[in-house]
Design a protein around this ligand. Sequence first.
Ligand code: IMP
Ligand code: MG
Length: 188
Amino acid sequence: MVDHKFVKEILFNEKEIQKRIKELAIEIQDTYKDIDQPLILIAILRGCIFFLTDFMKQLDIECSLDCMYVESYSGKTTASIEPRIKMDILSDIKDRHVLIVEDIIDSGKTLVKIVEHLKEKSPKSVKIVTLLDKKVKRSAKIEADWFGFEVPDHFLIGYGLDYNEILRNLPYVAIADIDKINEYEATK
Ligand code: IMP
Ligand code: MG
């Protein structure tokens, strides 16, 4: 999908995103170059899927993939519920190096929950990469080890990020037009 009425402004286009992902992969693979077992990537569904696949293809080290599904939004544009783990990983991560792959960190509450949960499984290390980092919105005490872009306090859509489960298939990251979304919601 190339355009949509809810797109207000494109922040990062496909080319910019791919360039930054390549840089992240180079930096991250260097950190893990001497580990003795494959790195375990843990994708936080569903927003990270676009980032995950592009990032994983660029990562020039052995790695495996597992997924978690954590619900933190109830469909709208603000984090209105406490994060709940709806689907856990299947891999045994004991004594293994783990890298959480996220689409965006906002308050940080989702990641706090995920990190606490994974640490109970005794991994050797847990680190975080996120494509987008809304640093101004952070209320929990957590930071990503790597982030692609710092972003302003707006509701973002595209490249995996959704509004009410749609618009993930925009190939870029954009600021959503909240006025238009509210108008649309009012007519439903
Ligand atoms: P947090 O717990 O507040 O850090 O929220 C994290 C989750 O909320 C992310 O993994 C996203 O799935 C979702 N989220 C946060 N900000 C946005 C946004 O601007 N657009 C779409 N989803 C978002
Ligand atoms: Mg997410």
